[in-house]
Design a protein around this ligand. Sequence first.
Ligand code: ATP
Ligand code: MG
Length: 386
Amino acid sequence: MKRLAIVHYDEIALKGKNRGFFERALVDNIQNKLGSEFDVKNSWGRIFVHNIDEVEDKLKEVLSTTPGVATFGLGFSTTRRNLVVEEISEIAIKIAEDTQFESFKISARRADKTFPKTSNELEREVGEIVFEHHKREKRVDLKKPDLEIVVEVLQKEVVVYAKQRSIGGLPVGSSGRAIALLSGGFDSPVAAYMLAKRGVRPVCVHFHGMPKTSPAAVEKVRALACQLARYTGKAELVLVPIVPAMQAIARGAPAKLRIVLLRRVMLQISERLAKRYKASAIITGDSVGQVASQTLENLYAVGSATALPVLRPLCGFNKLEIIELAKEVGTHDISVKPHDDTCSMFVPDKPETRAKMEEVLEAEKTYNVEEIIEAALTNMESENCT
Ligand code: ATP
Ligand code: MG
């Protein structure tokens, strides 16, 4: 009997001819997060992880945070030859020993239909033995059990494990890369996480206000990028000074347009960064109507600064919903800390809520966008979080 972990994916299975590409991406991501001492392999439409002795915590952490993993389980594999139901049940009982539960269910699947018992028979017979073993004190619950033990009959082996849910989605990187704009608040890291789950590898970019703001704001974004790396395996963080752009805007442009113009500069710099990092979209944490810069008119005035798609996965969420998501993702406790907002000193008393494109383009003539972009790219710094 061998200890192993098994991983199931759902969406990838629907990918037709490209399925192999997605499967390889998921195997690589799991392997990279776990390290080379583990043996990660794809076969029979599942992923197996071998050499897992005494590293359960790390394995559980990785498998429950890797986009693309729908469910996983730690369990045992045993050779099929002359295997009887009693032996399968013994393994199921052993797995149940490690778990607190009141209700349970046995699910059986046969990838190889030549096994002498049907899935139904296996479920009933193994379930009965586990039930008796626990002196009939645990309930069988087919709908919402505390513990689901899965028996999978493969060609040469039978695998038994306790099934756990993971986050699903697509393997990070399988949909390409995008520049993820991180501001330090609640919204933007959640937005980056949502797209990571759609297979997008985020390249995190933060526009900092140093030396006018304290390094604490940058520390905070660093911590957020590292929390994202828990899911993505690694995360690049690019820190771009934005004070020179603010000064250039403040010099000649109408005060009410400042925020729209600053957001445009951020996208203009991001577009150039996208080329450098081979990214093909920009992710922001905008939510319609949340603040003045997020009316539909202003989203248009800002978004039209770039030809790249601006992905705003939180558009339809309200702040409370976003905060709930931030708790799930694990970024809440970092975002909640106070920080100097890069923009607060720059916000006019009456910001425009319906910027007109002609006025925006006119205002943009008061400074040299190209010079601002060049200076930003020259003075940016980048680092890696793992
Ligand atoms: P967050 O969106 O992180 O909660 P926020 O709500 O204060 O912060 P807004 O001012 O609403 O952010 O800005 C909208 C979006 O623009 C942010 O979600 C983020 O993607 C991007 N953004 C704003 N400021 C910055 C910055 N200093 N650096 C990088 N991106 C930024
Ligand atoms: Mg916001």
